[in-house]
Design a protein. Structure first.
Length: 383
């Protein structure tokens, strides 16, 4: 009995069953590998995008300090070499201590807008507030410093670049000009072109793919493109509008001063006319006084003639008396004219003084406004 139980032949798996098991295990392993591979790929992309965000902040920091964008790295040493639109990321130039690489350790690429009319990698003085010029009738104004280069000049370049027509020779994403871009080659040669860079990115030139292109079986690059309006915001270029507005205010203040200056000239003429009127009135009063005296003398002579000639000159007495009355009346009118002219001169003098005060106040305001505009220009985009 014992042998019968212990010596019974054992039945194993058939080849078919083993094959089925192996196939199932293979499928499970393949699915697991694919899932793990996809997860690793997703993690690599996430890390790469986070790194690029950090690199973007380093570019903004560089621009705030140097009032321009860095040039690309042409020989892989981490330092910028100006002259071409695209190259590797200039990590040493922007102050990093490590070489940034993408998902598969391929160096990240970088490009910057460099149109000759608005070259963003060159710092130059292209902006000064529009201020009044000094002339013979102007008040003293602050000295303008034309060689002052700061963030406002860079902001002006960005704004100028934003209105330039798209050009394939300038940095562009999908035909649209952009300020700068950072690119990661992804994890594979997705489109099979023999390069890890897919699509337009493979040319390593001014034209790159749009940043929103979806990852697919034929494209897995990542493009971070910065449009001009984003760079304007990152740089705090709203200060450009403030300086321009202050410059406009300075021009308006200078125009106000010029108007008051003209008014002073008019008031001066009015006062001169009043002075002439007073002088004329005083002269008229003097003549009237002389006429009164002469009329009185005529009356006296007429009375003397009448007394001496026993009435022969009696007719002249009324005539002389009438002349004396007329002269006295003329003297009253002349005296009133003198008083009126004196009042006019007083009023003209007061008006002139008030106008001069307004002109001086306008000059102070104009100088203060000009000084504020210049101070803002010198300050740049400091936050």
């Amino acid at each position: 009995m014992i042998c019968r139980l212990s010596c019974r032949p054992q039945r194993g798996f058939s080849l078919v069953e083993l094959s089925v098991v192996l196939v199932v295990v293979g499928l499970l392993l393949g699915m697991a590998y694919t899932g793990v591979s996809k997860r690793v790929e997703v993690d690599l992309r996430a890390k790469s995008r986070q790194l690029i965000q950090e690199l973007n902040q380093s570019i903004v920091g560089f621009a705030l300090q140097h009032y321009r964008l860095p040039c690309p790295d042409q020989n892989g040493n981490g330092l910028e070499q100006c002259g071409t639109i695209a190259g590797e990321f200039p990590w040493k130039t922007v102050g990093l201590t490590f070489k940034p690489v993408g998902a598969t350790d391929i160096p990240l690429r970088y490009g910057a807008y460099q149109n000759i009319a608005a070259n963003l990698v060159q710092a130059s003085n292209v902006f000064s507030p529009i201020l009044p010029t000094q002339n013979a009738s102007s008040p003293p104004v602050a000295v303008i410093t034309p060689n002052n280069v700061n963030g406002l000049d860079f902001c002006r370049k960005i704004r100028d670049a934003s209105v330039i027509a798209p050009n394939a020779a300038d940095l562009n994403a999908g035909g649209r000009n952009i300020a700068y871009a950072i690119l990661d080659a992804g994890v594979a040669d997705a489109d099979g072109n023999g390069s890890v860079w897919d699509g337009a990115n493979a040319a390593l030139g001014a034209s790159i793919e749009l940043p929103g292109r979806v990852v697919s079986q034929t494209y897995d690059d990542f493009v971070y493109a910065v449009p001009f309006y984003q760079l304007l915001g990152d740089m705090g270029c709203s200060a450009l509008g403030k300086v321009h507005a202050m410059g406009v205010a300075a021009v308006a203040a200078k125009d106000t001063y010029d108007l008051w200056n003209l008014m002073v000239a008019a008031r001066t003429l009015d006062r001169t006319t009043a002075e002439s009127g007073l002088a004329s009135a005083i002269t008229g009063e003097s003549f009237a006084t002389f006429d009164v005296a002469m009329s009185a003398a005529s009356v006296a002579l007429s009375l003397g003639c009448a007394a001496d000639s026993l009435g022969a000159c009696a007719v002249a007495i009324p005539v002389a008396a009438a002349g004396a009355v007329g002269a006295a009346a003329a003297l009253v009118v002349a005296t009133a004219a003198v008083v009126q002219a004196g009042t006019g001169l007083t009023n003209a003098t007061a008006a002139l003084a008030a106008t001069i005060a307004q002109k001086n106040a306008a000059a102070v305001y104009a100088n203060n406004t000009i000084a504020k505009a210049l101070a803002l220009d010198l300050q740049g985009i400091a936050r």
